[in-house]
Design a protein. Structure first.
Length: 128
């Protein structure tokens, strides 16, 4: 029986996998079976860490806002600021507030002072 030459499809598939793993070190970029295992592991890690990255950034923004707010007055805190923002129905997310806190603290102080005045007036008059 004559020898049958295999097609190019398997080679094409392996080449495509190798392109993904070209930056890996050692056997992880050379051996097909190891490449596939490392590819799965890399994709799982990427998927998992996208969620943790969002959490980490949110924690960072909250910490920055809280630090700047507490510098001004000890009685006022991050949670109080966010609560008052929701009461006033101001749509400023934590990322924007953190950028304001870093780049222009006086602006954040002005925002918090206006909120405190407004909420204080409403609470003293009984209109909520």
């Amino acid at each position: 029986m004559t020898r049958i030459r295999r097609g190019y499809i398997a080679r094409k598939r392996r080449t495509k996998i190798r392109l993904f793993a070209s930056s890996f070190r050692g056997a992880h970029s050379r051996l097909t079976r190891t490449i596939t295992q490392q590819k799965i592991r890399a994709l799982v890690s990427a998927h998992r860490d996208r969620g943790s990255q969002k959490r980490n950034f949110r924690r960072l923004w909250i910490t920055r806002i809280n630090a700047v707010i507490r510098e001004r007055g000890v009685s006022y805190s991050y949670s109080r600021l966010i609560h008052d923002l929701y009461k006033r129905q101001l749509l400023l997310n934590r990322k924007i507030l953190a950028q304001i806190a870093i780049l222009n603290r006086n602006c954040l102080y002005m925002i918090s002072n206006e909120i405190i005045k407004e909420v204080g007036c409403k609470e003293s008059t009984g209109i909520i």
